[in-house]
Ligand binder design. Structure first.
Ligand code: ATP
Length: 441
């Protein structure tokens, strides 16, 4: 499968099956924006829930916050974003198209029309708007370019309200906005994106141990959501490429259909942010160590994970085409924990009330294991299976006349069909329930 074709197929499946739609589509779209549809929402929620479980809820040293997107603009002055959150922009003198200079093979020639490119200018990527009725500079606010800012704003609140001991961290999931010069590659480079971020506060001497700990948590998470080990790679970011606040960064890269690109980041942000906000606000952000009575500004390790890039990594690694029963089919080999729908229950025929009633009963039993159990009685069974294959449903369960006792030895058994192999087995409802529970771990 040529890579470009694979990407096109993923985009098409995402739309056809309700994962991801272009934003504002009937008005011609808006570059760098995509909406999540019914399946995409479930997939995204699974990604976020598993992240919360791994990064926050299974730990005693983590706290949650949900901060605003609009914040006092002084935050972004202190953090260095007003002065430095920019990418080099070049414009073609002939066709006037704009590009990110550091993404071009030849920084002098327009990749679209061959015209001459002008000098690179720094372009700040923060979206600006105005808070309140005045539209002058005094009312300027920014849409946050990373969720981290809201975490730093609540560091003191969490310390004062929860009294955590170092090391501890704050986790947040939320939207961030970046006015990317060239949004591209579907949901890889967006202007409105979601991030799952942790700021983990440590004593300065303990940063390396914390960095290593989060590094392994990130790999474990990649595993939990079903990303193949051999498609996730670490890149030690060299000094000249690191963000202004970072002393060490590892990019977790993924082999997307369009090449190896950043999926997530892990950064040692030192005490840069808290010190900058302490200076900017005049409020002490020092931590008092109760045992040693020492006062200091903690250092920070930041695992930062983009939700949308995770969705894309999952979709592209799960996409499969094969031949089954002489027919070609497409399916998503999603890990059951990640799959939007866990199982589909189906009566063999929809006009037989006794089959429908039994199938509804089986569906309710399975819903006690997980709520995402679909119902499909449309078209023939083969078509129902194909639809579920395309959204990555691991199991399909069919209720037929044998379930009702036509063959007495098969009474109360159902057909369980496995997505990846198409294999079918005859099992009791209890066994199917147990299988589902086991698959969801
Ligand atoms: P890139 O170098 O690709 O622009 P970045 O290094 O600027 O990314 P970070 O600032 O480290 O990205 O942001 C943390 C995470 O947020 C990234 O690892 C990625 O998952 C996600 N992310 C950043 N920018 C975007 C974007 N424009 N669209 C979608 N996700 C993004």
């Amino acid at each position: 499968m040529a890579d470009q074709t694979l990407m096109e197929k993923i985009v098409s499946l995402a739309k056809r099956r309700g994962f991801v739609f272009p934003g504002s589509e009937i008005y011609g779209g808006l570059a760098g924006t995509y909406d999540y549809g019914p399946m995409g929402v479930l997939l995204k929620e699974n990604i976020e829930r598993l992240w919360l479980a791994q990064f926050r809820d299974s730990r005693d040293d983590m706290y949650g916050v949900d901060a605003t997107i609009l914040m006092n603009p002084k935050i972004w002055e202190a953090s260095g974003h007003v002065a430095g959150f920019s990418d080099p922009l070049v414009e073609c003198e002939k066709c006037k198209r704009r590009f990110r200079a550091d993404h071009l093979d030849d920084p002098k020639t327009c990749p679209e029309c061959g015209g001459k490119l002008g000098e690179a200018k720094q372009f700040n990527m923060m979206f600006k708007t105005h808070a309140g009725a005045a539209e002058d500079e005094s009312a300027t606010v920014y849409l946050r370019p990373e969720t981290a800012g809201g975490i730093f704003m609540n560091y003191k609140n969490v310390v004062d309200s929860a009294h955590p001991k170092l090391p501890f961290g704050i986790a947040q999931i939320g939207k961030a906005f970046r006015n990317e010069i060239a949004p591209r590659d579907f949901i890889f480079r967006l202007r409105e994106l979601s991030q799952m971020e942790v700021e983990y506060f440590v004593k300065p001497a303990e940063w390396e141990a914390a960095f290593e700990m989060w590094r392994s948590v990130m790999h474990a998470y990649a595993d939990v959501i079903g990303l193949p080990k051999d498609s996730v790679h670490e890149l030690e970011v060299p000094d000249e490429d690191r963000a202004h606040y970072s002393k060490r960064t590892i990019d977790f890269e993924f082999d997307y259909p369009f090449g190896r690109k950043e999926l997530w980041g892990l950064a040692y942000r030192t005490d840069f942010d808290l010190k900058a906000h302490q200076t900017g606000s005049g409020v002490s952000l020092e931590y008092l160590d109760e045992e040693t009575k020492e006062k200091f500004v903690p250092h920070v390790i930041e695992p930062s994970l983009g939700v949308d890039r995770t969705v894309l990594a999952i979709l592209s690694s799960a996409y499969r085409e094969d031949t089954l029963g002489g027919e070609t089919r497409t399916y998503l080999a999603l890990a059951p924990k990640i799959a939007p729908v866990k199982a589909m229950v189906s009566p063999l025929l929809k006009n037989k009330p006794e089959l429908v009633a039994k199938a509804r009963e089986v569906r309710e039993a399975l819903r006690k294991v997980h709520p995402a159990i679909a119902w499909d009685d449309n078209g023939n069974i083969g078509k129902r299976y194909r639809r579920q294959d395309e959204i990555g449903t691991p199991f399909c369960i069919t209720i037929d006349f044998d379930t009702l006792g036509e063959k007495p030895e098969l009474k109360d058994t159902v057909t369980l069909r496995h997505r990846d192999t198409g294999e079918q087995e005859r099992l009791s409802v209890e066994d199917v329930t147990a299988r589902l529970r086991e698959a969801l771990g």
